[in-house]
Design a protein around this ligand. Structure first.
Ligand SMILES: [Zn+2]
Length: 176
C-alpha cells in the first residue's frame, strides 16, 4: 500500500511543527515551488582535549579566572586569556590569578545568537579590562540591558555552580 505524501505547508513555522510530529513535511514557497523537508536528528559524542588550556577551565569550576604571564624577565607581558607562549616575545608563560572584577573596555548587544544562547537573546558581549593585565577578555554580561552599558563600567565575574568545563561557565554582572 502506498504511503500518503507528507502534508504541505506554506508557513515555515508549521513545517517545523509537522517535522517534530511526523518527521516529514513539504514546504511550498511563494512561487509554488515545493521542497520535501525531513526531520533528521543526529548526535555526536565529541571528545575534545583542552591540552595546555586545561587549567583555565578547571579554574572556572573553582570560581577562579586564570590568565597567563610571560616568564621572560625583560618582557613579563600579561594576558587575560590562556596563552602557552607569550604573544609579544614567544617565551613560555606561567599561570596567574586574574582579579574577579574589571571594567568594560567595549561592548555589543547581540540580537541573534547560536542555539546555546537563543533563550537569553538579546544578550551582551563585553571585552573586559583587568587592572594590571595587558589584554582583554571576551565574556557575556548578564543582569543589564543595552541602555545600562558604558565604557568603563565596573563588572564582576559569576561562575556556573554546575560547571560544564566550557567558556559559558563564566559571565559577568555589573558591580552594584
Ligand atoms: Zn614575553
Amino acid at each position: 500500500m502506498a504511503r500518503a505524501a507528507p502534508p504541505v505547508f506554506q508557513k515555515f513555522r508549521d513545517v517545523q511543527a509537522e517535522l517534530a510530529k511526523s518527521g516529514a513535511a513539504i514546504f511550498r514557497d511563494a512561487n509554488g515551488g515545493e521542497s520535501l523537508i525531513i526531520h533528521f536528528p543526529y548526535s555526536i559524542n565529541y571528545i575534545h582535549s583542552y591540552a595546555e588550556d586545561s587549567r583555565f577551565f578547571l579554574g572556572l569550576a573553582e570560581g577562579k579566572l586564570m590568565g597567563s604571564r610571560c616568564t621572560a624577565k625583560k618582557c613579563g607581558a600579561t594576558f587575560a586569556t590562556p596563552r602557552g607562549h607569550c604573544m609579544s616575545c614567544g617565551a613560555p608563560t606561567e599561570w596567574i590569578d586574574l582579579p574577579l572584577r574589571g571594567k568594560i573596555h567595549s561592548w555589543t548587544t547581540c540580537h541573534f545568537g547560536s542555539e546555546a544562547f537563543l533563550k537569553e537573546t538579546p544578550y551582551n558581549l563585553v571585552l573586559i579590562e583587568f587592572e594590571g593585565i595587558g589584554s582583554v577578555m571576551l565574556a557575556r554580561l548578564k543582569d543589564a540591558v543595552e541602555s545600562d552599558l558604558y565604557v568603563g563600567m565596573p563588572v564582576e565575574a559569576r561562575f556556573d555552580p554546575n560547571p560544564k568545563y566550557s567558556i559559558t561557565d563564566v559571565w559577568f554582572v555589573p558591580v552594584r
